[in-house]
Design a protein. Structure first.
Length: 422
């Protein structure tokens, strides 16, 4: 018996001690399969001890194909789908890097909400408040990592689905540049937005997963004082008092550390924020329209309503939305051309109660998605990092972002910023 197998067994025992919460976090949890994977990793790491993810336990969002397992997107519709023939590229890469797949995590159905509610499996509370939302869509991912059941959780991010649960559960969640990571074998929602990525309990582990996924190396850059963009008229407006105070504290800390903060008018982003809604719904409808009748009886009504929103859009509406997105991405690139990165609060407010969202999901889901979703509109790369706040149980969450393709700049900025809040 080796250390990796022992680690997997101990984590399995912790999961089995969760009671009903286990079924709200995982859509599939096969102990024998996990232990077989641990044995495979044990042998692989014995021969290759320097593998970057050696012995790491990794929960897999139920959008990633794993050979012989059904990919269900936490939906009743797909519970009888044919099992996957092979691993998704990302799953194959993390296994080759020495990691152990550790259960399939629940999520908002089809990955189509930012709050994490699921009527089929139930909704887990977050790690700081058992009655608070876990964040979505990668709800089980956020809770599995937040509780320390795993080292890493694989999620996906279409409008914030990695960064929102990371923010709520005190994790590091990275949405890479969309075209920098392989999506083969990941069930899509909206091809122009979907991005696989990690949620992790520490920054360097999140960076290591990105390196494995992307094939890129992210060497530590020399220490320097950053020039940081701080948005106005978007991202920082209409935020809760707690989030406002936290962000002001973060900005003061960065200035005191010698970093330069520069205001950038991002009003044009807020003015076009609904473009994301239109395009994601349009692209998702192209996938699921054939299933609308079945989803009337077996689907999450709120998710179905978001899918069917595309029925209200004309072909010209969609063409115009794509043109607006192209323009906004270009304007964003120009706006941040002379800064190293941009920062913003990950969330506009702290996590509401599950009951609050159940009573008013039409208001609260868009609000939870607001800041993260604007960066998906911009096709940016962004990380959410936790920031401890004196006197508060739940940490603040800071988003660090840059234009598509500048992943190394974002991750190295995070390396400079994160230690300021230890």
């Amino acid at each position: 018996m080796g250390a990796i197998i022992d680690k997997a067994k101990a984590a399995i025992d912790r999961v089995n001690a969760l009671g009903d919460l286990k079924g709200k976090i995982f859509t599939e949890f096969d102990e024998d399969r996990i232990l077989r994977a641990a044995k495979t990793a044990e042998d692989l790491v014995a021969a290759n001890p320097d593998l970057p993810l050696a012995g790491k336990l990794v929960s897999i969002k139920d959008l990633y194909d794993e050979a012989g397992i059904r990919t269900t997107a936490a939906s009743e519709l797909l519970k009888t789908a044919a099992p996957a023939r092979e691993d998704s590229v990302v799953v194959r890469l993390i296994k080759e890097a020495g990691a152990v797949p550790f259960g399939r995590t629940s999520m908002s159905e089809f990955a189509y909400s930012g709050v994490g509610l699921n009527p089929h499996y139930g909704t887990p509370g977050n790690v700081f408040d058992p009655e608070g939302i876990p964040g979505g869509s990668s709800s089980g991912a956020g809770v599995s990592a937040g509780l320390g059941l795993v080292d890493i959780a694989m999620g996906t991010d279409t409008g914030g689905s990695i960064r929102i649960p990371s923010a709520i559960n005190g994790l590091y969640g990275y949405k890479p540049s969309r075209l920098s990571v392989p999506r083969a074998g990941v069930l899509p929602l909206a091809d122009g937005f979907d991005t696989p990525g990690p949620l992790a309990r520490d920054l360097e582990t999140a960076i290591s997963v990105f390196e494995v996924m992307s094939g890129q190396s992210v060497p530590r850059a020399e220490d320097k004082k950053l020039r940081i963009g701080v948005p106005v008229n978007a991202f920082t407006n209409d935020i809760s008092e707690r989030v406002k105070a936290d962000f002001e504290m973060i900005c003061d800390t960065l200035r005191n550390a010698g970093h330069e903060l520069v205001e950038i008018d991002m009003g044009f982003v807020a003015e076009n924020a609904l473009v994301t809604r239109d395009l994601v719904s349009s692209e998702a409808k192209a996938i699921y329209a054939k299933d609308f009748a079945a989803l009337e009886t077996c689907g999450d009504p709120y998710v179905l309503s978001r899918l069917k929103f595309a029925d209200s859009l004309t072909k010209d509406d969609v063409i115009a939305a794509y043109a607006k997105r192209t323009d906004v991405i270009a304007r964003f690139g120009a706006a941040v051309a002379d800064v190293d990165v941009m920062i913003a609060p990950t969330l506009a407010r702290m996590a509401p109660k599950i009951s609050e969202v159940e009573a008013d999901i039409e208001t609260l889901n868009p609000l939870m998605l607001r800041n993260t979703g604007m960066l998906n509109l911009l096709d940016a790369c962004a990380i959410s990092i936790p920031v401890g706040v004196a006197g508060e149980t739940a940490p603040a969450a800071l988003m660090i972002a840059a234009t598509h393709g500048r992943d190394k700049a974002v991750l190295n900025a995070a390396r400079l910023i994160d230690p300021l809040f230890d």
